[in-house]
Design a protein around this ligand. Structure first.
Ligand SMILES: [Zn+2]
Length: 390
């Protein structure tokens, strides 16, 4: 067995309604003045209210920063850091989707350490210490509550990342009640994103691909594959919502330690240029990237994909041989994505064919992801995959 390291969030609380008990769970750690990071949509529907009330009732002063947008910009991050400094924050809480969680991670880092964001980009460059940090996801998809990564959009299009165990939070609170109001398209897209995290972690060529991540990935796929349709079609099904939320977190734990690859690398230019949600961007290229990987037999990814079939789909009939099982797994994923209502082609989301070469060249910038892919991807490959997905 090869050596590996495994980092994750120290405390994970899984309970419907748990966000309303945040003061009991983490109040001591957070200290007197809490910066509460969220977005205006969540403010408007009041999803943040029970967490804020819990903190205020316990005597914390709470300053809300609710200006986080999808694909958060560097300006937004800096405004959030400013808000943390302004209120003398002793701790940071985020309640929201991956964007709010990502902004909170770097806010806790920059406000806690005073370091410069330009020195923190990349892998292992963030120093810390950060402020105490509690993350509460309201979508079952990104796994950001258990990943050491934060993605920020710089200069309008370019996605930059900070990756360091320093920005793993102290506590993640998985409160399925917060996810029942998530609309069907977002439930579908974020659910597929979580499945992609598990699949890419399982087959990652990264040197730190490890048995703990693979175990988490199969359990995640079981939860996600079994419950995604119920979560989309019966939104207030708390059982399905809880399974999706946990599945998303397990997949996050997996890929945090066995990083994702070309599906994500090719998804980023779709999100960055066309502002397509992250999960949908992944869904749009998922079958094509897996087919590309599996077509080169030497890298062995087809065997790994074949193994995942029965985990993701309870009624999967394995036994046709690894090549056949792999093909069947990819077809099932594509059929699932269509069944839960996601657009299937790049042209369906308003991307013109003439945009594909620029996207392929942008995808090549995602070297930190591409190195994990089971098969080498060059620019011509990326363009061929986009054409197949168009
Ligand atoms: Zn993702």
């Amino acid at each position: 067995m090869s050596a590996f390291a495994f980092h994750t969030t120290a405390q994970i609380i899984v309970r419907p309604g748990a966000s309303g008990g945040i003061a009991e769970i983490a109040g001591k750690k957070l200290g007197r003045s809490v910066l509460f990071v969220t977005d205006s949509g969540i403010r408007n529907v009041g999803l943040d209210q029970s967490a804020i009330r819990s903190l205020e009732d316990a005597g914390h002063s709470v300053t809300v920063f609710d200006a986080v947008e999808a694909d958060p910009s560097l300006d937004t991050l800096m405004n959030s850091v400013e808000a943390a400094r302004g209120c003398g924050a002793t701790g940071v809480v985020a309640l929201g989707g991956g964007s709010s969680l990502d902004v909170a991670k770097l806010t806790a880092l920059l406000a806690g350490s005073g370091e410069d964001i330009d020195a923190a980009w990349g892998v292992g460059n963030a120093k810390g210490p950060r402020l105490p940090l509690v993350l509460i996801p309201t979508t079952a998809g990104t796994g950001s509550e258990v990943t050491p990564v934060s993605i920020i959009t710089v200069g309008g299009e370019e996605k930059r990342g900070v990756s360091s165990p320093v920005i793993l939070p102290d506590t993640a609170i998985l409160d399925a009640e917060l996810t029942v109001s998530l609309p069907a398209p977002a439930t579908a897209a974020t659910g597929i994103d979580a499945m992609v995290h598990a699949i890419e972690a399982y087959a990652s060529k990264n040197a730190n691909n490890n048995p703990v991540s693979r175990m988490l990935a199969t359990e995640a796929l079981k939860l996600l594959g079994t419950h995604i349709e119920a979560a989309v079609f019966t939104p207030d099904n708390l059982e399905a919502r809880g399974a999706m939320l946990l599945g998303s977190t397990l997949a996050g734990m997996a890929f945090a330690n066995s990083p994702v690859a070309a599906v994500h690398a090719l998804a980023y230019p779709i999100g960055g240029t066309f502002h397509i949600p992250h999960g949908l961007s992944n869904a749009l290229v998922l079958p094509q990237v897996l087919r590309f990987n599996a077509a080169e037999a030497e890298n062995g990814s087809y065997r790994l994909y074949a193994e995942l079939g029965p985990h993701a789909f309870a009624d999967f009939e394995a036994g046709g041989g690894a090549q056949e099982d792999c093909a069947a797994f990819i077809e099932r994923l594509a059929a699932l994505s269509a069944n839960i209502g996601l657009p299937q082609r790049l042209r369906d989301v308003g991307i013109g064919e003439e945009a594909l070469p620029k996207m392929a060249s942008d995808a090549m910038k995602q070297t930190r992801l591409l190195v994990n892919n089971p098969r080498h991807v060059d620019e011509a490959d990326a363009l061929a995959i986009y054409r197949a997905a168009w």
